[in-house]
Design a protein around this ligand. Structure first.
Ligand code: NAG
Length: 212
């Protein structure tokens, strides 16, 4: 009788262990695996979107084809974002696809999401520097005159804090400084650009405007 009781207890304990193991694996492994699968699907859409965008940029001679490829890139980016909303690269892709369609204000909003605090963590420093350059450019394309100038200047400055030797960003900043009538600052910035690339057309023509 005692033996039987021990056997029953042993079986029950065994069942409990099996149940506990299943419960824990569902609780902890399930979501991770599902998340991993979602991330993989998001990557897949991201890659398809990036390819469509690259193709769209190469067919400038065929505007309607370029437009439909940019739209395709946009919807792939949307699917990637739905699956993995915190992946900054997907928001950057969406911004670039919208920009390619000439939809600058919408592109700017996507770039704002990419650079928002909870999303931006997933960008490497050099990606972040590029994203800041891109947003600065979009800020300038979405408004004539002064309205976005300060914000654009700030984005270019932050971009240069990460990658100080980017001639393109230096020239974009210098043009903004010219528009801001900060001529001494603009000149210093062109000098920095020319030190890095003496052949830069943008920097040379900027210098020519400031020191005619
Ligand atoms: C832009 O111009 C304003 C007003 O003149 C000035 O206060 C500000 O410092 C300038 N910004 C930069 C980055 O030079």
């Amino acid at each position: 009788m005692e033996n039987f009781a021990i056997q029953v207890v042993t079986v029950l304990v065994g069942l409990c262990v099996v149940w506990l193991a299943q419960f824990l694996s569902k609780k902890y492994m399930g979501p991770t695996r599902a998340r991993g699968r979602k991330k993989a699907q998001a990557r897949h859409h991201f890659v398809k979107g990036a390819q469509a965008l690259a193709k769209s940029r190469t067919c400038s001679g065929k505007p309607s084809e370029a437009r439909s490829l940019a739209k395709e890139a946009n919807s792939e980016a949307d699917m990637a974002i739905m699956l993995d909303p915190l992946d900054a690269a997907c928001h950057v892709l969406k911004a670039l696809a919208l920009e390619q369609q000439g939809l600058f204000p919408a592109a700017l909003r996507s770039m704002d999401v990419a650079l928002s605090p909870e999303v931006v963590k997933n960008l490497t420093p050099s990606e972040m520097s590029d994203a800041l350059m891109k947003r600065g450019g979009l800020l300038l394309s979405t408004s004539k005159g002064r309205r976005n100038l300060d914000a654009a200047i700030s984005d270019f400055q932050k971009s240069l804090e990460i990658t100080p030797d980017n001639v393109k960003v230096l020239c974009m900043l210098a043009v903004c400084l010219e528009k801001n009538r900060s001529y001494a600052e603009a000149e210093k910035t062109y000098v920095r650009a020319l030190a890095l690339d003496p052949d830069s057309d943008e920097a040379r023509s900027g210098m020519a405007r400031l020191r005619p």
